[in-house]
Design a protein around this ligand. Structure first.
Ligand code: ZN
Length: 378
């Protein structure tokens, strides 16, 4: 397990060197990535990807060492984001990375500097160059020169969800303390509604599963998404009022959500493996957006690229009025007209109109938090 967090005596020495260094104020996505590399969430990465790994990812969905890996993790500052012109930075230089408040939090030793094709990255990872895709515009707005090299992490980021931002080392210790060997991870970027709860409960019913790790992505989100603190507060309410404390662990994961369909699903599962999970819940259209990806490709990719994590696959889940229950096509024979729309779109629209949310869709304790207002990012 990678851990690049610099310990106390060494940290003081490194911090003393900071004032002579080139600085980079990278976009928030790359700030989150640098921290996650440093704490081992992206193991085996010890730094941003170099050109050989990038080529292997784009052509084979693997790293040079043959491990499956689907999303390039690049530091590619645009001109103006560094304290010197991008072209003047040399191999061997040290670059201090600044956080959102412009304070240094990590140091990159440049081991490689290379040009790459941004459009090719967009096409390969997101299957489109369409700027209306939520990640593609970022890929195309990045610089054309990438820097690779190992990272020394000086400290964790100061975030609103900081106390819930566990490191892989923390969760592994917690799972081990609880005597869990097979932990199932649950990926989300939303507040819990009953369809999510259904997948979590079905997973907890499985004999081979010792515990559930609920790990919402709360990094950079889109306008109209729930605030990170709201996502965490609603999950805390669900845990407090409904789930057995002995079977569920909750933590926050500050990374930018990549809506890359199957490739993003596999990446998100690799991250959870690093946090100590051996199973991974994957529903329909995980990490999808629009109509770019086959909604079940996020499940079949696990057959193509074994990563030592068992996918727990679910069909589309809905509330059936005739059954009076959560169901899928595997457990209910009623037509689509009997299904309640459990989509986030429906829930957000109801919230925006100030309507009460039905308990078939959302727990009252969760609805109460959402009814307080100021829950969506503007
Ligand atoms: Zn039914």
């Amino acid at each position: 397990m990678v851990n690049r967090l610099v310990a106390a005596p060494e940290r003081a020495r490194r911090e003393a060197e900071l004032h002579d260094m080139i600085t980079v104020q990278a976009p928030v996505d790359q700030v989150y990535d640098a921290e996650k590399i440093g704490i081992g969430a992206y193991s085996p990465l010890e730094g941003f990807h170099g050109s050989a790994d990038l080529e292997a990812i784009l052509t084979r969905n693997r790293l040079v060492n043959d491990l499956p890996w689907t999303l390039p993790i690049l530091l590619a500052p645009a001109e103006g984001e560094m304290s010197v012109p991008v072209g003047s930075v040399k191999v061997g230089d040290e670059v201090a990375m600044l956080d959102m408040a412009a304070r240094p939090f990590a140091i990159l030793r440049v081991e490689e500097k290379y040009r790459y094709d941004r459009k090719r990255v967009a096409r390969s990872v997101y299957a489109t160059e369409d700027l209306s895709h939520p990640n593609v515009s970022d890929v195309l707005a990045a610089g054309e020169t990438a820097f690779a090299g190992r990272i020394d992490l000086l400290r964790r980021l100061e975030l609103p969800t900081r106390e819930l931002e566990l490191a892989p080392q923390d969760t592994r210790e917690e799972f081990s303390r609880r005597g869990w060997t097979n932990v199932a991870a649950y990926q989300t970027r939303n507040v819990p509604h009953t369809a999510h709860e259904y997948l979590q409960r079905c997973t907890l019913e499985r004999e081979e599963i010792d515990g559930l790790f609920v790990h919402p992505v709360v990094g950079r989100l889109k306008r109209g998404d729930y605030r990170p603190e709201v996502i965490m507060a609603t999950y805390q309410a669900l845990l407090r009022h409904y789930y057995p404390a002995s079977r569920v662990v909750l933590a926050a994961l500050s990374i930018t959500m990549r809506y890359g369909g199957p490739k993003a699903a596999l990446f998100l599962a690799i991250v959870r493996k690093n946090y100590g999970c051996r199973s991974y819940i994957v529903g329909r259209d995980q990490a999808g957006v629009g109509k770019y990806y086959d909604p079940f490709a996020c499940q079949t990719i696990f057959d193509e690229f074994p990563i030592d994590v068992v996918p727990i696959k679910f069909a589309e889940t809905y509330f059936c009025r005739r059954c009076g229950w959560m169901a899928t096509g595997r457990t209910c024979n009623h037509p689509p007209e009997d299904r309640m729309d459990t989509s986030q779109t429906r829930i957000r629209a109801a919230l925006a109109r100030g309507e009460a949310l039905p308990s078939e869709l959302i727990r009252p304790e969760v609805a109460e938090i959402l009814s307080r207002g100021d829950v969506l990012l503007e």
